[in-house]
Each structure stands twice: as C-alpha cells, then as structure tokens.
Design a protein around this ligand. Structure first.
Ligand SMILES: [Zn+2]
Length: 316
C-alpha cells in the first residue's frame, strides 16, 4: 500500500517565490488527506498534478492564516468543478463560523456536503506551565485502514498536531498451504483475520503455520506550529516519519520561544528523544534564503533529517 507524504508548502507565515506556506498531502493507499491549507495550496496541488477532487478529508492544525487561508479558495474550486462527494473538515470550532461567514457574504451555496468535525477546544490547550508528563491525545478519524489521533501542541493559539497511523493489515496466507490443505474459499477471510482452520476431517491447523505476518503498520506525525515541548513525545514515539517545524536556527532560540516556534536543533532533539525513524523539517522563516545551515544544525543531533521542501515526496 502506498503510504507517502508530499510537501505542498514549507514556508512560515510569509510566502516566497519558492516556498509556499503550510500544507502536506498524505497518500494512504488511493486516498488523499490534506493537512493544513495555506494560501496558494490549490495552486500547489495543480503544480504537482494532484487529482485534488479525490481529497475527502482536510485537517487544520490552527487558525493562523498561514495554515488555513487557502481553504475557502479550495472549497470554492471544488464547488465550481461540480463536486458531489462529501468533504470532511477537522478543525477548531471557530473555523466553521469563519467559513460560514465567507460563504454567506459571497452568496455561495456549496453544491456538495461539507461535514465539520470540531477538534477539542481550549481545555485541550497546551500551556508552558503544564506538568511535564501531561500528555493528552484524542481520536480524530478512523476507517478500516487508518487511524488519526490529535494531540495539543505548544503555540500562541490553540493548536493540534496529528498522528496518522495505519491499522495492521490482514495476515497473508502462504500459497503452498492453500494448495496443500485445499482451503475452501469461505475460510480465506477468517484465516487472514487470524483464525485457526479446521479441515473436513476435523484436524486443526494453527494460524501461524498457514500465514505470514502482515507488514508493520506505518505512521506519520505532523507537528506544527509548536515551541519545543517534550510532552508530545509519548504520542509520536517511534513514528516512521516526523514532520516538526523548524522556523529558526538555534541562534534565535529565544525568539523562537517567545513566538512559540522551534529551532532546527530543537526539532532534531524531539526526533531523537522520540526515537522516530526519520525527521523532516519545515515552516522555515522567510529570512533564510539557504536552508542548508538549518539542515546541518538538525543533522548534528539527528542525522536522519531531511528538508521538507515544496514538492518533495517522502515514502513512509
Ligand atoms: Zn501558527
């Protein structure tokens, strides 16, 4: 199954000619999940030849403009293109009001259903004074193949990080066992789900002898915007891929803390402490024309770090 993420924007608040603000597109099998939707995201989707009508779920981390100003434009484009399929939006409650007001003022009645799923409110807000071991996470979405969990980040407004995790797939039946035991069709599904098989003679065949374990479920954690907080570590521990913001370099650590952002070194420290397999960094301040120094700074701490530059696809 394809499980990959494409970066649609790696800039922080101010867009540049080469760096759009935040949006990531997760491909899980044939499905597309959009995470954040900054201004210009729909143009990025066109630039990278994404069949974007296939997006069914959009997750918005927080209500700073560089994470959702592109949403009304994308919703309107879906409408103009004659979309029929339901669209599911996950965001904080005020987002629903904002969109309703924008649609009302422009006399737009979307011709497709939008289902809004409010994320937990201020009581879930992470604050700098919380106990160091406070770690709250909550279910956001689930289907037969994927689970999405939300968790609070440490930012100047209510902000939610997301963990996308595959569910374990069915076990694979060994071909030679199908032939040898002449397993009837109606047993196939049950055996793939882990049941032992009792043949016509009443002989029991143990599941482990007939099947191979499914591939290990993969996971992707999206953490932006946030100041350095170790409280997220239990939720993102051992993730295959972690996206963590790295707005500044370490010489601006103080500014980062004051603005509730992170440095490249801090992102790498979180990756190291959480034992993730790979880290991608983004949400770069427009002050950095060259990103190499941010990458070097992170790699000194966590060598498996990569730049989440616009258009890059990371296979998970
Ligand atoms: Zn922000």
């Amino acid at each position: 199954m394809n499980f990959s993420v494409q970066v649609l924007g790696c800039s922080s608040a101010i867009p540049t000619l080469t760096r759009n603000p935040s949006a990531h597109l997760l491909h899980a099998d044939e499905r597309l999940f959009l995470i954040d939707c900054a201004e210009g995201t729909q143009l990025q989707l066109r630039r990278y030849h994404v069949h974007f009508q296939r997006i069914r779920h959009i997750f918005i981390t927080h209500l700073h403009g560089d994470h959702f100003y592109g949403l009304i434009g994308l919703l309107t484009t879906f409408h103009l293109l004659g979309r029929k399929e339901e669209l599911h939006l996950y965001g904080h409650a005020e987002l629903e009001e904002i969109l309703a007001m924008q649609l009302r003022a422009s006399r737009t009645n979307l011709i497709y259903p939008v289902v809004f799923h409010p994320l937990p409110g201020e009581d879930m807000r992470e604050t700098a004074t919380d106990a160091p071991d406070r770690c709250s996470s909550f279910p956001v979405y689930e289907d037969e193949k994927l689970i999405v969990t939300g968790f609070p980040l440490l930012h100047s407004v209510l902000t939610t990080g997301f963990l996308f995790r595959e569910k374990p797939g069915p076990r694979k039946i060994r071909k030679e066992m199908v032939n040898r035991l002449d397993i009837p069709n109606e047993w196939m599904g049950r055996i793939k789900n882990g049941e032992d098989y009792v043949d016509g003679q009443g002989t029991l065949h143990r599941n482990e002898e007939m099947t191979l374990a499914p591939p290990r479920p993969r996971s992707y954690a999206y953490c932006t915007d946030t100041a350095y907080t170790e409280r997220i570590i239990p939720v993102i521990r051992s993730a295959d891929l972690l996206y963590h913001e790295a707005t500044f370099m370490q010489d601006m650590a103080r500014a980062a803390r004051e603005k509730f952002h992170s440095t490249a070194a801090e992102a790498a420290t979180i990756a190291k402490l959480a034992g993730v397999k790979k880290l991608i960094i983004g949400h770069f301040s427009a002050r950095y024309e060259e990103l190499g120094p941010l990458l070097d700074e992170a790699r000194d701490i966590f060598p498996e770090t990569y730049l989440a530059e616009d258009g890059t696809i990371f296979k998970i």
